[in-house]
Each structure stands twice: as structure tokens, then as C-alpha cells.
Write a protein that binds this ligand. Sequence first.
Ligand code: CUA
Length: 337
Amino acid sequence: MKRLKSKWRIAPLVAMMTLLLSGCGSPQLSALMPRGSVASEQLFLIKLSIGIMGLVIVVVAALYFIAIIRFRKRKGQTGYPKQVEGSHKLEIIWTVIPILLLLILAVPTVYYTFLHSTDLRKDPDALQVKVTAHQYWWEFEYTDLGINTAQDLVIPQGKKIALELESADVTHSFWVPSLGGKLDANRGQVTTYYLETDEVDTFLGKCTELCGASHSLMDFKVISKSTADFDAWVEGKKKPVAVAAEAEKGKLLFDSNCLSCHAVEVDKGSFGPNLNNFANRVEIAGVLEHTDENLKEWIKDPTTLKMGNKMPAFKDALQDDEINEIVKYLNSLNNFK
Ligand code: CUA
């Protein structure tokens, strides 16, 4: 019985470790598996600081055990042991060593911190992207290309992406664990940062500053493409879409109900996410699988699916068949695959 009890005692520990370690696995979402230069340099800093701290723990623990074993009370010993007061040699050693360790830690940390916040906004070789954080979505504006998009940051591989961050409301924080971060997006204050990757993949990004009820749902994606595919994406994005006959009714309903908040033209910013090329979005609002059913549910009552978001519910304002028409229209916004 006793043995069983002691076994159960380690259960919370195992549960905690499982929870902790389960977050370390995905190569699309792990600071421990860097996929770009910024993330690699940040991992180097993590390893350096853990290494130094580990060394300090080992040395201090060793000295502690040496002291309690060597200077323990022996058999027959009475009274106080010899009292030692003041040792210049020891004092110098335990002052100089921490200073050296802090210098080893501080120099690369300060160097990379300044390097990573390099302002590349004037660099002609970098791709310029203005990031605006909203409750609870991300707006990406390619200032040189005239493209405005939401939730998916599409980038070319091997190129520095110059990010200019700002917030439209409260403070958010931009983090793509596999590529680098984090950096706060504040209202009325611009912060700069850059990212780059040589790989072609989809990386997951997170808001990492508590910003309201749906903070945990404020996800986005960084999709890196080969240069040719990226150029094709830019071309496709700008291609005008002719409204299909079966989507015309939906377009009228969309224009009168949704257009005051959402833009569909590629170069326009809007109060809500730009819905250009919506048919090819992987997810709805960054949280729901892209199916007609989910889109209908979203339009009907978006606040139950993403609490506190600013889109009003249309379940009373629109009939079911009207919502169906809008869904048809949105899924016809298909510039390219
Ligand atoms: Cu935005 Cu948390």
C-alpha cells in the first residue's frame, strides 16, 4: 500500500513533464529547432546561458558537498571549530569569476539583440512588410508590392524580411518560434525586426502577449516559398477576379453587409481582415478548418468561436439562404492556387 502511494506521488511530476515536453516536438513551432538565422542565433544564446548556469550549479554544489563532508563534526570533537574571517584571495576569486561569466553572457546577448532589431526599412534587398496586430488577427502589408493580406505571411526563401510592427489597439507580441522573435507590437510606436529562412515550409506564429479573451487564438502562419513561387504568388494575388454568375447574389449581399469592414481588393487595408483570394485560405479566422459549414457558423456567430472579436453576429440580421449566398461568393474569390 505504501509503495503504491509513493508511486502515485510521482504522477503529477510525470504529467507535468509530459505537458512540458509535448510542446517541444513540432519543427514548425519550436524555438529549439531553429529554421532560420535569427532563431539559430537565439538558440545559441539559450544554450550559452543554460551552459553557464549549469556550470555554476555544478561548481557550487560540488563545493557545498566538499564543505559539509570535509568539515563535518568528527567523533570526540567538542567546542567550535577554528573560525576563519576574511580571505582576500577567496573574495577576489568569487568576485572576478561572476564578472567574467556575466561578460561572456552579456557580450553576445547585447550583440544579437541589436543585430536582430536592425532597421532594414531602407534596405533595397529586403522585402518590406508592415505588420499590424489587431484583436485578434494579423494584417500584413507588403508596402513595395501593393499587397495587403491577413493571417498568412507569405515570404520568399533566402531573403531578409524587414518587419515594421505596430498595433491597432492593445499591445500584442509577434512570435514565430522556428524563425525568431518575440517582438511587441504597440499602438502608436513602431518596432522593427527581421526574419529569414532558407527553407520552404509553413511555420506557425503566435501572439505572445496577453491581449484579451481570444489571445490564445491569435495565430498566424509564415509560408515560405521558392523565389519563383513567391513571384507567382504576387502575380496571382494581383490578378483581378471576375465574379461568377452564381456568386453575383452573394456579392451584392457581401457588399451591403460586410464591405464596411472587409476589403477584397488586394491593395486595400480594412478594419477587419482583407479577404482577397479567400477561397485558398487554409483556415477561417486562423482557427477553423475551411469548410462551408464552418464559414456559415462563423458568419452567424463569430464571438462564440473567437471570444471578444469585433465582428458582429449575423444570425439575426441575415437569413440562412442569404448567408449561403455570401459563403458561395467568398469561396469564389479564387485568384490562384
Ligand atoms: Cu494578441 Cu495576444
